[in-house]
Design a protein around this ligand. Structure first.
Ligand code: M6R
Length: 607
């Protein structure tokens, strides 16, 4: 959600902090601030609005030996300068930035207020600064260790104190915090994108850990000050990957990267000779895979829709029952963990609180949970019992695109693996492998339709509401298309089974509400065409995404987007990409902030 940064080192403070916040702006973008320590001075600058507003307010040079910064996604208190972080204690000597939610803040605030503390903000976070200020007795690390034990909820914090030159203390519980180790400089950040321009050496903190950082040293401990030795990991992303690389928006870049990102997700994972998948990270024996009786998928948002597509595939070709559930619902309904089952926690960021907490609850009940994640070293892959990295590279735009098709790729390979252990013949397996390997090429072809799709967006951008309709394995693709459109264009959109429209949603149909039908040349094509006709009979405008050469559908629909013919199980890949483009160009037409749509944040680390 929010992004936090801490820095100890010789580089110009203002620049390092503001640039790091800019890199993390996708985590939250309603306000931002920095605090820099120098001698007996604490320079604090905070602004409501984007990082650009903060940048304007920050002088080019702020002398200092350490600093912290924050970019906010508001939870407690509106978007104001006062509510922006860092927050100070009453003496003005302590500055704190916080990512997460302090659940017992109201009780703490009441007690502090009763003791005469005056609060300057409406945030939950400010209590941390006051507690540290009141309990400080000359050792910031010890005070942080003590204070976090009073907190209930989640936090990633970075703290500095005027009396502790060149020192930042960080702590984590449920919100990510990574230490970046440079040459005579150290960083603390919510994610590695903030530090990638400075160092590739990182240490990921675990819940219950505290780190004390100076320019040349770091010390990691538990809450009782017992030293913890941590492994340094090398960040495997390149700086160029987090730049826009000539594209107007990250989302555009990420859509166009898909032929490469899908290829990376399958690299080294297809065994041609045996026509099967090879996924080393699953940590499952052949027998365990063979004994599988149930696959369950938990996720949120776009990752949930990837799971839904996979459930169709798993049941149809591996013949194993598969259920998909919103992670937020799993945790609180006392889930039943069945024998011989495996769970997948699907998450681009690997930090989504709903998914992470559901995963922990399942693990407590004895479930084996595998992660399908993009961000290496994030909480879900670290805490899972195994899994698959999708290697999409950094996904910066808030709307997830390339992660979706790479999640599909990983889940398709897993399905191939277990299908080949069961009913799937060598010939069928070979056809599946070939079809999957052709996907990047076919996606490249779809991307060539971008100008035509931009034209359609010009024609339809003033619609008030959209229906996205598909069937079978492409039914979840309709959900994903609707989500993309609503989150970045703010046009209301719903995904439905094309068959379901006549059971209610057809009441919405009229010239104001166009429908986008997914019409692959699969077994359900005729049925979908009938559903299209039902909509047209009620003056509904229809855009059809159909297969090149499908003259019948082209003649029926008001507008068409053609996709290449593929193996019938590969349509979710080629049908998704035009929907991403349609959402992107529609949002452009409407002048929306494509990469940072209103009210959203990339990584949702609160429940
Ligand atoms: O990082 P995750 O895949 O766990 O994120 C899940 C959702 O928050 C995410 O997919 C969200 O729905 C995106 N904004 C969709 O574009």
């Amino acid at each position: 959600m929010c992004g936090i940064i801490g820095y100890c080192g010789p580089k110009p403070m203002a620049n390092v902090l503001v640039e790091a916040l800019k890199r993390m702006e996708y985590r939250g973008y309603d306000s931002a601030g920095i605090a820099v320590r120098s001698g007996s001075e604490l320079t604090v600058i905070k602004r409501a609005g984007k990082i650009a507003a903060l940048r304007e307010a920050v002088p080019a040079e702020i002398p200092g030996d350490c600093g912290i910064g924050h970019t906010r996604w508001a939870t407690h208190g509106g978007v104001t300068d006062h509510n922006a972080h860092p927050h100070l204690d009453a003496s003005g000597k302590v500055a704190v930035v916080h990512n997460g939610i302090i659940e017992n803040y109201a009780v703490l605030r009441e007690k502090l207020s009763a003791d005469g503390v005056e609060f300057k903000s409406e945030t939950d976070s400010e209590v941390i600064a006051h507690l540290i200020g009141r309990l400080y007795e000359g050792d910031l690390t010890a005070t942080v260790q003590q204070v976090v034990q009073l907190l209930k909820g989640t936090y990633g914090i970075a703290v500095l104190h005027i009396d502790e030159p060149g020192t930042v203390v960080g702590a984590r519980n449920g919100s990510p915090l990574v230490l970046g180790i440079g040459e005579h400089e150290m960083f603390l950040a919510s994610d590695v994108t903030a530090i990638l321009g400075h160092t590739k050496q990182a240490i990921y903190l675990e819940d219950g850990e505290v780190v004390t950082v100076t320019a040349d040293e770091y010390r990691t401990t538990d809450l009782n000050d017992r030293k913890i030795d941590k492994n340094i990991q090398i960040i495997n992303w390149e700086l160029e990957e987090i730049e826009k690389g000539g594209y107007q928006h990250y989302m555009e870049k990420e859509i166009f990267e898909q032929p490469d990102s899908i290829t990376r997700a399958m690299q080294g994972r297809l065994d041609h000779e045996n026509a099967t998948g090879h996924l080393g990270g699953l940590n499952m024996t052949k027998k365990e895979l063979l004994d599988l009786e149930r696959v369950k998928i938990i996720a949120a948002g776009t990752s949930y829709y990837a799971g839904l597509v996979a459930s169709y595939l798993i049941e149809s070709i591996a013949r194993i029952p598969c259920t998909v559930e919103l992670a937020a619902e799993v945790r609180y309904r006392n889930p039943i963990v069945e024998r011989n089952s495996v769970y997948f926690a699907v998450s681009q960021s690997g930090e989504t609180a709903d998914t992470l907490y559901a995963m922990r609850e399942l693990q407590r009940k004895g479930a084996r949970v595998l992660g399908i994640c993009n961000v290496v070293g994030a909480s879900i892959p670290r805490e899972s019992d195994g899994g698959v990295y999708i290697h999409s590279g950094p996904e910066i735009a808030v709307a997830s695109t390339k992660a979706f098709t790479s999640q599909l790729t990983a889940l398709y390979i897993f399905t191939l693996l277990i299908a080949r252990m069961r009913h799937m013949s060598l010939e069928e397996g070979t056809r599946f492998v070939q079809a999957l390997e052709e996907v990047p090429e076919r996606v490249s072809e779809v991307l060539q339709s971008a100008p035509a799709i931009a034209e359609l967006a010009r024609k339809y951008h003033s619609a008030r509401s959209f229906l996205f309709l598909g069937r079978g394995i492409n039914y979840p693709v309709a959900f994903e298309g609707a989500l993309k459109l609503k989150e970045i264009s703010y046009i209301h959109a719903e995904g439905y089974s094309a068959a379901e429209v006549k059971h209610g949603p057809i009441a919405l149909i009229g010239p104001e509400t166009p429908s986008l039908f997914l019409v692959p040349d699969d077994a359900l094509r005729e049925k979908v065409i009938s559903n299209m006709k039902e909509v047209q009979a009620r003056d509904g405008r229809v855009i059809a995404v159909c297969v090149e050469g499908d003259h019948e559908v082209a003649a029926l629909a008001d507008d068409v987007i053609m996709v290449p013919k593929v193996h019938e199980l590969m349509y979710p890949f080629v049908m998704t990409v035009p929907l991403q483009l349609f959402a992107y160009y529609t949002a452009l037409e409407l002048g929306r902030n494509v990469d940072q749509p209103r009210n959203l944040a990339k990584s949702v680390t609160v429940e």
